[in-house]
Structure formats: structure tokens, C-alpha cells
Design a protein around this ligand. Structure first.
Ligand code: RM4
Ligand code: MN
Ligand code: MN
Length: 396
């Protein structure tokens, strides 16, 4: 690796930060059941503690996303203790995720529910979530709305769209000037016939109608198998509507597997579109990079360290594409030349340069090894085994 390649890797890592999901540290499962891990976090405090470990060892995860129902059980009253946890464990609260899908009331939907009192309840929870975000001084309120229907003819799709528009407009009015709302889409699950916000076009239209601080959130697991995600990313970037990502990988549906475990080249291509955009526009894209994974079988903290490591590698590799040459090759329709520029960057082993970067920051060169040596896992396993025997935490 020549010096300029090393410099590019360093420069790319300097700005790259990735948010961890609190729910990635708790016991989660599938609809068929859960395999309880004795070291899983059982409380919000333990989630902060675990996220703090990942940040301590990687240095690039300063924030943790919170799910209101799971992490702020007393709503706005929980913000005091959350602030304490943040201070104690060295990670700040990140995006706030209202939960509009788990309560029994939401059986037939939240914003799209035909019952006005339930729509009102969903809006109130949204307003509380915005207030939580304000008190915690976090910028993004991140909406994933599970609403939809299971059988043809059972829901008025156009009417529900109007209810969604109204709710999101009202939510947008509650935002302070520095806050944003992110609107996530997903084609199916839990609804299996229609989902109210099923794809990026619907999320884009709803964001536009909500107001200028509403942006689209791309969860990489929320697409049909053949979808070209990087093209969606490129379009959202050119519309100034890409607010953030939930990274995870998938093979079949919303599998929430480790980022890059199935198709690392796809993540690389997504990052390449972002680097290309930033180079052409000569400005940074304001994107919240977040992880949204459910580690059913892997140790949760190890899985998170592995995720962050792979994210850094793919982000750095994408920064190695010679974009000037690429622009020329594209203009000249030099197909093999253009494609090879991506392939060469992808094939570069950036791991030594990343280790050097970590060393330059006083971080362990190998965060996974450092975690295994730290004794943290043994300690929390002892502390939490009994609690986990009885604790059935959230599904995510
Ligand atoms: C959904 C979606 C949301 C996440 C929930 C738990 O599938 O990805 O972002 O908050 O799962
Ligand atoms: Mn998600
Ligand atoms: Mn998901």
C-alpha cells in the first residue's frame, strides 16, 4: 500500500462514525422463540454499559439509538436516568425511535388505524418521543411504522395515506429547528399484504409532505432481493433527502444479519455512491450512519465490534476508488476501465492501514482481541445470568 492510499484510508476514517442500536445488546429472537444469552443486557443501563465498551475499543461509536418503549419505560420521566447512564458509560443517546407497533392498541395500525382515538394515541407517543429527544439533546427522531394489512380489500390504502400525511405533518410541527425526523420504509412484515410505507418512493413523498426537516432512512434489509439499493441512495442524495441508514445484511427477508456478512460489495457500492456524491458536490453529505441488527446467535458485543470493523473497512475501501479516473472512464464509456476502478478498490486490503489509524488514536489495533482480553464479558456474564434466566426482552 503506498502512502497516498494510507492517507486516503486515514482521511475517510477521521469522519466516519456509526451509531449502535440499544436493542442489539438485549435478548432478541425470531417469531419461533429466543435463545437467551446470559450476558445480554437486561436494562437500559446495561445497554449503555455494553455500547460504551464498543465505543471504548473502536472509538467510532459515540452514540446509541434508543427505542422509547424499551429504553425509556417512563417516557419523558426516563430522560434523567438516561443522561446519567450516558455520563457514566461514555456514550451519548442518539436517534430516538418511537414504538408504534407493540402495544395491543396497534393491532390494526397506529397512524393508519381507522379508530381516531388510536391515531391520537400514536401521535401523542410521537410528541412524547420528540420531547424525549429534545431533553436528551439528540437530533433525529426515527420512525419505523409497522402499519399495514394482511388481506386484500381490508384497508383503505388512500385514506390511510392521508392519515399518515396528517400525523407526520403534525409531528414535524413539533420539531425544534435543530431536530430532524427520519422516515424508514419496509416492504412487508409484520403486515403481509400491504404496508403503508412500503418503499423509498412512499417514504420520500411522505417526508416531502411532512416538511423540510423530514428525510428518508434506508434500512439495507428492507428491500426486495433484487433491488439496486445504491441507486436508491444516489437518487435520495441528489434530492437531498437521504437522512440516514440502518445497516444490516440479509439473504432472504429482513434478516438483520451482520453488515457485510452476505454481500459486502453491496455496502461498498453504497459507500461509493456517497463518496462520489461528496466529491462531485464538494460537500459532506449529512447522513446518520446507524446499525440495526439483531444478534440472535452471536455474542452481542462481539457481533457489534465485528460490525463496526467491517463498516470501517468497507467505508475506507470505497474511499480508494479513483474518482477522477472514474469520471473520465464514464465519459468515455470505458466500461471495463470504470468497473475495474471499483473492483481494484474493493480488492485492496485496508486492514493494516486501519490498524495504524487506530494506533494513532491510542485505540487497540484489534478491538475484538482487546475485548476478549478485557474480562468484561466474564464479569457481565456473572452479573446477569440470573437476571437473564427470567428476562424475556424485546424482539427486534
Ligand atoms: C424494524 C425496523 C426498525 C427497528 C425495528 C425493531 O424492522 O428495522 O428500524 O427499530 O425493526
Ligand atoms: Mn431499521
Ligand atoms: Mn428491520
Amino acid at each position: 500500500m503506498d502512502a497516498s492510499t494510507g492517507d486516503k484510508v486515514f482521511a475517510s476514517l477521521e469522519t466516519f462514525r456509526i451509531e449502535l442500536p440499544s436493542w442489539g445488546f438485549a435478548n432478541t429472537g425470531t417469531r419461533f422463540g429466543k435463545f437467551i444469552q446470559p450476558a445480554a443486557a437486561t436494562t437500559t443501563e446495561e445497554k449503555f454499559s455494553d455500547a460504551g465498551q464498543v465505543h471504548l475499543l473502536t472509538g467510532v461509536c459515540p452514540t446509541v439509538a434508543l427505542h422509547v418503549l424499551w429504553d425509556c419505560p417512563h417516557g419523558v420521566q426516563s430522560t434523567g436516568e438516561v443522561k446519567d447512564f450516558a455520563r457514566r458509560y461514555g456514550v451519548a443517546p442518539g436517534s430516538i425511535n418511537p414504538n408504534l407497533f407493540q402495544d395491543q392498541e396497534y393491532k390494526y395500525g397506529s397512524f393508519g388505524n381507522p379508530d381516531p382515538s388510536i391515531r391520537k394515541r400514536a401521535l401523542q407517543h410521537t410528541k412524547d418521543s420528540i420531547e424525549i429527544a429534545r431533553r436528551l439533546k439528540t437530533r433525529d427522531i426515527s420512525f419505523w411504522v409497522a402499519d399495514g394489512s394482511n388481506y386484500p380489500g381490508t384497508a383503505n390504502i388512500r385514506q390511510r395515506r392521508l392519515w399518515f400525511e396528517q400525523a407526520l405533518q403534525e409531528a414535524h410541527r413539533e420539531l425544534s429547528p435543530q431536530q430532524r425526523m427520519l422516515i424508514e420504509y419496509k416492504p412487508f412484515e409484520p403486515a403481509f399484504y400491504h404496508t403503508d410505507i412500503a418503499d423509498w418512493g412512499m417514504a420520500l413523498l411522505l417526508s416531502r409532505s411532512a416538511g423540510p426537516r423530514a428525510k428518508v432512512l434506508v434500512d439495507t434489509g428492507h428491500h426486495y432481493a433484487a433491488q439496486n439499493i445504491e441507486q436508491i441512495v444516489a437518487w435520495l442524495l441528489s434530492e437531498d433527502m437521504l437522512g440516514g441508514f440502518h445497516f444490516n445484511d440479509r439473504r432472504y427477508a429482513d434478516d438483520d444479519l451482520t453488515m457485510g456478512s452476505i454481500d459486502p460489495y453491496q455496502v461498498f457500492r453504497i459507500f461509493h455512491e456517497i463518496h462520489f456524491f461528496e466529491w462531485e458536490m464538494e460537500k459532506r453529505a449529512d447522513i446518520a450512519y446507524m446499525v440495526d441488527q439483531s444478534h440472535n446467535l452471536k455474542g452481542k458485543i462481539e457481533a457489534m465490534i465485528q460490525t463496526v470493523t467491517i463498516a470501517q473497512q468497507l467505508f475506507a475501501k470505497a474511499a480508494l476508488v479513483d474518482i477522477k479516473k472514474l469520471a473520465t472512464a464514464q465519459k468515455n464509456c470505458d466500461l471495463v476501465g470504470a468497473e475495474s476502478l471499483l473492483q481494484d478498490a474493493f480488492a485492496t486490503d485496508v486492514r493494516p492501514a486501519i490498524q495504524d489509524w487506530r494506533y494513532s488514536k491510542g485505540l487497540p489495533k484489534d478491538p475484538m482481541e482487546a475485548f476478549r482480553q478485557s474480562g468484561y464479558l466474564e464479569r457481565i456474564t456473572k452479573e446477569r445470568t440470573a437476571k437473564n434466566a427470567h428476562n424475556v426482552s424485546s424482539y427486534a
